[in-house]
Design a protein around this ligand. Structure first.
Ligand code: NOJ
Length: 709
């Protein structure tokens, strides 16, 4: 299809229509409702509805076909609708939540997750997924940390890029490839006080240095769309922020794809106080370079009027419309408007054994072992008492899994039943529900498995918490169980890092996040030692809410705290240590690994050289397992202050007992430079530390000098 010619054949209203996204129930009354809210109240005329360009959310392939048919029959121009949806960590086969996925430190897995998600979601006629969420997240009070890849720009960039590659494949025209829409541009994760939709106020330097990396890497990987965030940046809502949408996105990054608002976020600029009404909102949006308006009607009601008034140049509308038409063409919708909708194929592949097996494998690598005092893995014949809400709760999918069905998941009781003697089950989370008799059985057990945590409604969009300890009565229940148990293994399901101080006295502490469809089976594999845990934390775990934001890659300050030389006038708290309870990159295994000597090929390099850092790693324990070797750098002196350490590379290796390998890290200038406040990458000569280890807190240092040319 020649999209430029097509554009010429459209009326102005039709072009503006392409820029509107509404829900399927506008076309077919009985259609699936995913997110409705404000959408329901939109007062659109039939003409406006049948000029719309895209759809948000769809139930299944039959429904997509029906909606597209109705639309194509009624619309004058017959331009197929584009179907977009939130496929975040799986379609019906649900994988661990993104924060759990990041704990795998295995971007190849993320690519696989995205590929399987695309294969399944495509059968329902979805063309675009609103994923990955690349918002750097350093505040565990924020409910949406669950959707993020955590606190580190590099890790975030690696996972965001891998997800895009997995969804999109090599050619969007091919069946089963989805276009990826990275979100929420920009710096949504910086919402003040961890409250969703709240103000974001950050320096340009931190914007480019820390927060942009995820979006940048997703775009470099080819993401075709980008969604704006609900927050302001420099006082201007991202949705109408010219600096973000034109200066950075188009001019600096050369992004040629489509920009889209978040839900109703163009209309919300009125509440932000930067437009008086929908007309002004439309003016600011088009001026800023915003293409699609999701779930509000500023464009569709006012853009044409703005052109008539001479306030908007129609070429801006043409440009936006052409980008949308080009995306439809690239996806092959003009050849086949029903592309991807395959209800029959869905019955074969959706939630297939193969996909569920993959979900189980991903969960193995996502779960993090935080403590283990020789209790795990459980020996066969162990008498177990299984207690706590997640003993029988099947809700392991976590937030943002619209098409996933928790009822189909096994719970822990079922998953463990095959292999263990479970002598007692109590799924209460409240001590008052336990009787004296209950404690007799608990005392009788060799090990108490306490499966507790947050519900699926305690994290996710708009689900923020100011207090992030284990909620309700569950911490008290832990203390009571601990008193009666010979040994206690605490298993936590959660969408964020929780404050775990009290629970560290568990004989073993397992952090499961929300592990997805096969989470209970994956946990049983780990608890019983059929698999060895290898997850590492993608966020620092605080000791107290007062430490937040707490992240490992902070600046040194002019008065850094030194625990070995206590000086009262340094940067510290009187009542809580500076350090996290568990650091970034931390996680245990059932086996032990020893990092042997490491060697740097040279302590000097010039700008266009590379040096090699070689490190030996040996599995010194009794079980096959994976370890993540992490490389951090520190630039001691630069024009701007730089973090005390920054992750720059990692390698995950599987080793048999006794096996030893040498890993090589190539160090080049891309690891040593930084982004300035203008978003430019610069490298300064000087002295660097290269630090290698298996978490961000236990590192061996090498010195490297980057010479002046
Ligand atoms: C609002 C959320 O912020 C965004 O992540 C999501 O993609 C849209 N709604 C569409 O559902």
């Amino acid at each position: 299809m020649n999209t430029k010619e097509l554009l010429k054949s459209l009326t102005r209203e039709e072009k503006i229509g392409q820029m509107l996204q509404i829900a399927p129930f506008f076309f077919v009354k009985h259609a699936h409702v995913e997110v409705a809210g404000h959408l329901k109240a939109l007062n659109l005329t039939k003409k406006q509805i049948f000029e719309a360009g895209s759809v948000l959310g769809i139930g299944n392939g039959h429904e997509m076909i029906e909606v597209q048919e109705v639309f194509l029959k009624e619309s004058r121009h017959k331009i197929p609708l584009l179907f977009m949806a939130d496929i975040i960590h799986g379609y019906e086969t649900i994988f661990p939540v993104p924060l759990g996925l990041a704990s795998s430190f295995n971007p190849k897995l993320a690519k696989k997750v995205a590929r399987i998600s695309a294969l399944e979601a495509a059968t329902s006629g979805i063309h675009v997924t609103f994923s990955p969420m690349a918002d750097l997240s350093r505040d565990p009070r924020w409910g949406r940390v669950v959707e993020s890849f955590g606190e580190d720009p590099y890790l975030n960039g690696q996972f965001s890029s891998a997800m895009v590659q997995g969804y999109q494949g090599d050619d969007l025209k091919q069946e089963n490839n989805l276009a990826s829409c990275v979100k929420h541009y920009a710096a949504y994760g910086k919402s003040e006080a961890g409250r969703d939709y709240n103000t974001v106020d950050l320096s340009r330097l931190s914007l480019h240095y820390d927060h942009m990396e995820g979006y940048r890497k997703a775009i470099e990987a080819g993401a075709r769309l980008i969604m704006t965030s609900f927050n302001v940046v420099d006082g201007i809502p991202s949705t109408v922020n010219k600096y973000l949408l034109r200066d950075v996105l188009r001019d600096l990054w050369h992004f040629t794809g489509v920009t889209i608002t978040d839900y109703d976020s163009l209309h919300q600029v009125i509440a932000h106080g930067v437009a008086e009404d929908d007309l002004q909102a439309a003016l600011r949006g088009i001026d800023a370079g915003l293409d699609i308006e999701m779930a509000s009607t500023c464009y569709v009601n006012y853009l044409s009027e703005l052109v008539d008034q001479g306030l908007v140049d129609e070429t801006l509308i043409d440009d936006a419309c052409l980008r949308i038409l080009d995306l439809k063409e690239e996806l092959g919708l003009f050849d086949n408007p029903y592309k991807h909708a395959h209800p029959e194929r869905a019955t074969q592949i959706v939630r297939s054994k193969e996909h569920l097996d993959s979900a189980r494998k991903v969960a193995h690598e996502s779960i993090v072992l935080l403590e283990n005092r020789q209790v795990l893995p459980l020996k066969s014949g162990t008498k177990v008492a299984l207690v706590g809400p997640y003993a029988t709760n099947r809700e392991t999918n976590g937030p943002w899994s619209w098409h996933g069905n928790n009822a189909l998941n096994a719970n822990l009781q079922e998953a463990l039943n095959h292999d263990l003697e479970i002598i007692y089950i109590n799924s209460s989370e409240v001590i008052s529900d336990y009787q004296t008799d209950d404690f007799n059985v608990i005392e009788d057990a060799d090990v108490v498995l306490y499966a507790c945590g947050e519900t699926i409604h305690e994290s996710g969009e708009a689900h923020n918490r100011a207090k992030i300890a284990l909620p309700r009565d569950q911490e008290n229940l832990y203390h009571v169980l601990k008193k009666h148990a010979k040994k206690i293994v605490t298993i936590i399901f959660a969408g964020r890092p929780l404050i775990l101080n009290e629970l560290t006295s568990s004989d073993a502490l397992v952090y499961a996040w929300f592990p997805g469809s096969e989470g209970a089976y994956a946990l049983s594999d780990l608890l019983l030692g059929r698999m060895n845990p290898s997850g590492k934390l993608p966020m620092s775990f605080p000791r107290h809410e007062g430490q937040i934001p707490l992240y490992y890659n902070h600046l040194n300050t002019g008065r850094p705290y030194d625990p070995t030389h206590r000086n009262p006038f340094t940067s510290y708290y009187l009542d809580v240590p500076n350090t996290p309870l568990y650091p970034f990159g931390y996680g245990l295994s059932y086996t032990s690994f020893e990092l042997g000597s490491s060697m740097l090929s040279s302590n000097h390099m010039s700008l266009n050289e590379t040096v090699e850092l070689k490190v030996q790693i040996k599995n010194t324990g009794m079980m096959r397992g994976q370890e993540v070797v992490q490389l951090y750098i520190r630039d001691h002196f630069a024009w701007i202050a730089r973090p005390i350490k920054e992750l720059k590379a990692f390698q995950k290796v599987m080793l048999e007992p006794g096996e030893e390998v040498t890993l090589t890290f190539n160090i080049d200038k891309t690891m040593l430079g930084y982004y300035t406040q203008d978003g430019l990458f610069v490298v300064e000569p000087g002295h660097f530390d290269l630090m290698i280890g298996t978490d961000s807190d236990h590192l061996t240092t090498h010195k490297l000098t980057l010479k002046k040319e």
